[in-house]
Design a protein around this ligand. Structure first.
Ligand code: PEP
Length: 249
């Protein structure tokens, strides 16, 4: 079993002062974590966080990346720009971007491709809405979302990270049960394995109201390789507890 990853998604939260306080608390609370740890910060703060995290065990990520390499795309940020400011990861296709910014499966696939080409590891989010789950369409939806990414990036699919984030569990306090999450992770695992000739295990993170109380049980599931954490990543004690709950190996 490869090491797990606990990744914070700060969303549109933070300030220069708050970021510094949070990162200082995380760095002083972390001693040699058994898992990989990263924080995906608002891009305007990448430079600040890059400087603060220098030499620490915490990796840096962005929350989005352009599907274009460069040029006349006002407001967009390229993978190369993110990389230059220390981003190892970029979240791609988060449900909030699919919902509020109209990102389609094709756009998510193109963003994944650009991230990989620019040396940034995409954390590709998939997940069903409550209506889709209740209609028995969970598997169909997540497989369709992942298939688009595989179609465009099949040759290097082993280099991505996937996050299963049921939309109904994001920011709602409703968590998928460990069994519900494991069942979807197993479907995604099989799809990734069928698509790749590389035996390397693609990390599949769970996201959706993960917190200090439920992390251990979720992270103990055989196909859950870590967590993508929103609200609980903004409080150092909570994020540190989730990190401590990650599997050792
Ligand atoms: C997220 O936005 O990726 C997320 C998982 O949020 P939360 O943990 O707050 O549900």
């Amino acid at each position: 079993m490869k090491k797990q990853w606990i990744v914070g998604n700060w969303k549109m939260n933070g300030s220069l002062a708050a970021n510094e306080a949070l990162l200082q608390a995380l760095m002083s609370g972390l001693n040699q974590p058994a898992c990989g740890v990263a924080v995906c910060v608002p891009s305007v703060y990448l430079a600040q966080c890059q400087a603060l995290l220098k030499g620490s065990a915490i990796e840096l990520g962005a929350q989005d990346v352009s599907q274009h390499e460069q040029g006349a795309y006002t407001g967009e940020l390229s993978a190369a720009m993110l990389r230059e400011f220390g981003a190892r990861f970029a979240i791609v296709g988060h449900s909030e971007r699919r919902q509020y910014h109209g990102e389609t499966d094709a756009v998510v696939a193109a963003k994944t491709q650009r991230a990989l080409a620019g040396g940034v590891t995409p954390i590709v989010c998939v997940g069903e809405t409550l209506a889709e789950r209740e209609a028995g369409k969970t598997e169909e939806v997540v497989k369709r979302q992942l298939a688009a990414v595989i179609h465009t990036n099949g040759h290097c699919i082993s280099e991505i990270v996937v996050a299963y984030e049921p939309v109904w569990a994001i920011g709602t306090g409703k968590t998928a049960s460990p069994e519900q999450a494991q069942a979807v992770h197993a479907v995604l695992r099989a799809q990734l394995q069928a698509a790749s000739s590389n035996p390397a295990r693609v990390p599949i993170l769970y996201g959706g109201s993960m917190n200090a109380a439920n992390a251990a049980e979720l992270l103990a599931q055989p196909d859950i390789d870590g967590g993508l954490v929103g609200g609980a990543a903004l409080k150092a004690p909570d994020f540190l507890s989730i990190i401590a709950a990650a599997r050792k190996n």
